[in-house]
Write a protein that binds this ligand. Structure first.
Ligand SMILES: C[S@@+](CC[C@H](N)C(=O)[O-])C[C@H]1O[C@@H](n2cnc3c(N)ncnc32)[C@H](O)[C@@H]1O
Length: 468
């Protein structure tokens, strides 16, 4: 049994007490307290002291933890079972609990992807839990947290009961659970906790509190507090039309700007072979990532900006990328005539380029790249890094008369001329546009800035309001 596989980080008693304090403010005094993956029983111990008559029930997969939990709890009203969460008949067990029920705890913080890497089977048998389509699965949306599965399962089992759920979890997990169960739960709220301090984990985490509700409002508002001690929320997350928005006030103020961006946001070039495709200018000429000198036609090379250049506004003038196609799927064998040095260089590295793992290169011409089209060659661009956690746009003009390429960690809008590019850059940097994105971007997400969120801002509506 590994610690990682079971997300086995026990909650300190003082944190369990503080979380329970908040949960109590949000719910009726419970007749029963359930801790579904109770470990050594920190929450049950805190609840035992606070609710002198409540029935206390815990489940835990690890025998030693369960034994320790039992020893801490009053035997007359506590029961701790050794059980695999995914094998428990929750409907039956929940039916036996007196109301009101408080479900409290700290489900394991581990994703199914890391469990896969650990060769673990600590996952539910039903893999298509959220009925993910094949495409979602391939683009990574199938990577979700074990705690998300557990919360969805518990909320399902609690349907029709008077129950409050209060758990420590990643903020992203709380948000997804709210989105997926919005018709069955009512706020509650989210109280940020310092996961670094308590669990040595560099993630955004919260105490997530919701009330299981027979007819929840659907489009609900969820106050977000900066700490367990905070009495007033710092913002309000909302569900609007089934989708979570980060800040409902800003969302309301900028709703009229929502639409579709024209021009379309694009992502930068994807080639998955930096050591061959990216070159650095030295006193000796162009060098590739393997330290070899490269002779290549200038027309095949374009200045390249990466996320760090875009985010820090300091382009490395000496970096270039080979662009063997002008549009997706273009026949690269034409290069043999048109650019014989580039062709010879790419042929010499056929093995490395042919070994690129991503399935997108299958069935494509040799040396194919992605994220390429007429827009890539637009001389002016307004760009943003998709890796950095800030909404800062950059104006990118040509370098030595060549259009600048962005790598696939960046998004950009293409422009043929400087004036509209500059005007768009200024409009996107305005407080109004910043409010629009602040309402819709969740900074705790792994890649908060996405094409989908950028594409939602109607630039025509933005210009009309700013009168630029
Ligand atoms: C983050 S710890 C929290 C423990 C306890 N709730 C607390 O707050 O101190 C997660 C717990 O879940 C248990 N666990 C992991 N997978 C489980 C499963 N499939 N069924 C039951 N318990 C599980 C682990 O052994 C660990 O004790």
């Amino acid at each position: 049994m590994t610690r990682e596989e079971f997300g086995d980080w026990q909650t300190p008693l003082d944190l369990a007490n503080a979380a329970l304090e908040v949960a109590c403010r949000e719910s009726e005094p419970p007749a029963s307290v359930l801790e579904p993956t109770c470990g050594e029983g920190a929450f049950l111990t805190a609840a035992a002291a606070r609710f002198r008559r409540a029935r206390l029930v815990g489940y835990e997969i690890n025998h030693a933890h369960a034994e320790r939990a039992r020893a801490r709890l009053p035997a007359s009203r506590a029961r701790v079972e050794v059980a695999d969460f995914f094998a428990v008949d929750w409907e039956q067990n929940v039916a036996a609990l007196p109301e009101p029920i408080l479900v409290i705890g700290n489900p394991p913080w581990v994703t199914n992807a890391s469990l896969g890497a650990l060769g673990s089977s600590n996952v539910p048998r039903k893999h298509n839990f959220k009925r993910l389509s094949g495409l979602d699965a391939r683009t990574g949306k199938s990577n979700f947290d074990v705690s998300e599965w557990m919360l969805l399962r518990l909320i399902e089992a609690l349907k029709g009961r008077r129950a409050t759920v209060a758990v420590l979890c990643k903020t992203a997990v709380a948000r997804r659970v709210i989105e997926l169960t919005t018709a069955s739960i009512a706020p509650g709220g989210l109280w940020r906790i310092d996961a670094q301090r308590h669990f040595d984990a560099a993630v955004d985490a919260v105490l997530f509190v919701c009330n299981v509700h027979p007819s929840a409002p659907g489009d609900s508002r969820w106050p977000v507090y900066e700490s367990l001690d905070a009495r007033a929320p710092s913002s309000t997350m909302a569900i609007v039309g089934g989708v979570a928005v980060a800040d409902s006030d800003r969302h309301d103020r900028t709703a009229h700007l929502a639409g579709t961006s024209t021009p379309e946001w694009r992502s930068g070039l994807k080639h998955d072979c930096a050591r061959v495709m990216e070159l650095e200018r030295t006193n000796d000429g162009w060098m590739n990532g393997m330290g070899a000198r490269v002779e290549i036609e200038d027309a095949m090379l374009y200045p390249l900006l990466k996320s760090s250049d875009v985010a820090n506004g300091a382009p490395r003038r000496s970096r270039a990328v080979i662009v063997p196609q002008r549009m997706l799927g273009e026949d690269t064998s034409l290069l043999a005539q048109a650019a014989p040095k580039a062709w010879a260089y790419l042929c010499a590295h056929r093995d490395l380029l042919g070994a690129r793992k991503s399935s997108i290169y299958r069935g494509q011409p040799a040396f194919a790249i992605f994220g390429v089209g007429p827009y890539s060659f637009a001389p002016w661009k307004v760009a943003i890094s998709g890796l950095y956690k800030r909404c800062a746009f950059s104006l990118v003009g040509p370098l030595t008369d060549r259009p600048v390429m962005l790598d696939d960690t960046c998004y950009f809008l293409p422009f043929e001329a400087a004036a509209p590019a500059r005007a768009t850059f200024e409009a996107l940097s305005s407080p109004l546009a910043q409010d629009f994105f602040a309402a819709r971007i969740f900074w705790d997400a792994k890649r908060p800035i996405s094409k989908a969120v950028l594409q939602q801002l109607d630039l025509t509506a933005l210009f009309a309001e700013l009168r630029v």
